[in-house]
Design a protein around this ligand. Sequence first.
Ligand SMILES: Cc1ncc(COP(=O)(O)O)c(C=O)c1O
Length: 385
Amino acid sequence: MRSKANALKEKGVKVINFAAGELSFDACPDMQAGAIDAVRHARNRYTPPIGLPALRERIAHAVSQRCGVAYTAAEVAVTAGAKQALYNAALVLLNPGDEVVVVRPYWETLPTQIRLAGAIPVFVDTQAQSYRLTCEAVEKALTPRTTMIVINTPNNPTGTLYEREQLLGIAQLAFDRQLWVVFDECYRQLVRQPHEHHNIVSLFPALKNQTVLVDSFSKSQAVTGWRVGYACAPAHVIAAMHNLQGHTTSNPSSLSQYAALNALNALNADASPFNRDVNAFLDRQLIAACTCLGFIDGITCAPPEGAFYLYIDVSRKLGRRYLGTPIRDVDHLAELLLSEAHIAVVPGSACGDPTSIRISYAVEREELIEGLTRFEQFMAELVAD
Ligand SMILES: Cc1ncc(COP(=O)(O)O)c(C=O)c1O
């Protein structure tokens, strides 16, 4: 969708891109200052493969504070975004044939990385439970070959946050069965009022030795292109990640690491002013988006509680005709939305779900309104047989 949208843009068409997974903000000022300072001080050499010792210390301190469970620098690996942290976890922890529980709809990278490690994703569908992950559903998916559960909250693509009680139940289950938990919380700082993000280790400290926490600066600091994130895991897992990363990518960009260090050093106990501004913006955007979508009959959204996605069930619109052409499936709908309404969306098929599309509301305000107006007009033109 991105390359098709870009091709249209090059032809001079005003495309509204709801498909991007990033904020429309400039990088967080503290990240900028850290990177500029690193350039000025010639921080241009290799760093240790899994990050600057000072940054690992600082991350360990920040994670210990927010989770209420002590982490040391030896339990932290700095990575090129959350994506590398997740890939490291898959490669160092999975053996061929292992089964891994993955929530569906999913962020496509998760099952792909599991398959790259030779393991098998086993999907747990959440749509029937309003996109909540329940302990019962996870339990049903377990077999003697299960070795890992991957949880992502706030969730991409649904924008839903997982509940405390359910996470506690899943933590107990993973603890009893000695399963690894990969807990991807890279949207944790992007939470809509009045919802709350829960960290699984914080809820169930005994799970620390079986958990890989994955977080990133990408989304919350508006630096998706800078590639810096981290994993927190038992020291022997981090040592294996060190070996792997040392022979694959080496260190994440030194400038991004200094930027992240500066941002963490500037942080008080509360959220940063940048983070408050971002969330206030996203709260306003969500209200505007829901108002626009409220005019469209026959669609429903997953609870939009975090990240910046609206996950819209359009299954009742599939099969209808647009200017005489029946809409075959969500891919076809996404293609028509791009070619006819000039809006780019992510089809749910990319998330293992043929019923829905994902849009990001983290775009400029005018784009949001214009794009959703085009969406509404397109939907109004669909005719049932
Ligand atoms: C759920 C989830 N995890 C991880 C990532 C990767 O983020 P990063 O840019 O930090 O690699 C993304 C990016 O879209 C994501 O949606």
